[in-house]
Design a protein around this ligand. Sequence first.
Ligand code: MG
Length: 243
Amino acid sequence: MHRAGQVVAEVLDTMREQVAPGVTTAMLNETAESIIRGHNAIPSFLGYPPGSVHPFPASICASVNEELVHGIPGPRVLQEGDIVSIDVGAILDGYHGDAAITLPVGEISPDAQRLLEVTEAALYEGIAAAKAGYRSGDVSAAIQAYVEGHGYNVVREYTGHGIGRKMHEEPQVPNHGLRGQGVRLRKGMTIALEPMVLVGARHVRTLDDHWAVVSCDGKLNAHFEHTIAITDGEAEILTRREA
Ligand code: MG
């Protein structure tokens, strides 16, 4: 899982450098796929879920502005002032890594910048609460309290998740919940935490492409995610690049 996480981390670091006005989301996808394949890893989003009538057609999700998650990369050209969420998953030697960041495209508005900062900080609030002996609800509640304390909403329909030999395993770790509820976290568990934060109302819908999830009111959204391993102390972040 360490090695799969490092492939994902390398992709996201490269995205930080490549995202700029004039770049298409298809170009980002090509870069991501070549890095993943260069490590003899498999892009886990491509063709997901197996056997589906509408499998995901790319190696990253690229979700711009009002798109929350699951945006399909394509000819869309990133514009100055946009924000773009990049979500990437890779399988190496049978184990998965999964992480996401939301990046500014050139200069962005102070409101958009604040949304990115709050969403990323909410992820770290969740990670800080994810320790052996605590419950999944403690993590969910920490994320929700931080986000709502800053005047934003969390998405209810999509959640963090256990991860390992499959991309999505038990337990689900929602971005809302109650302290003391849910599954007890144990040392060695690996989970993906992923706050999805809306500036406006928390209602979302899926576009006709069967994938992209957007806010119903068209307002901005952001998404950050890490795959972590539970320890007795601070969780280990597997999708952060090691020096
Ligand atoms: Mg995930």
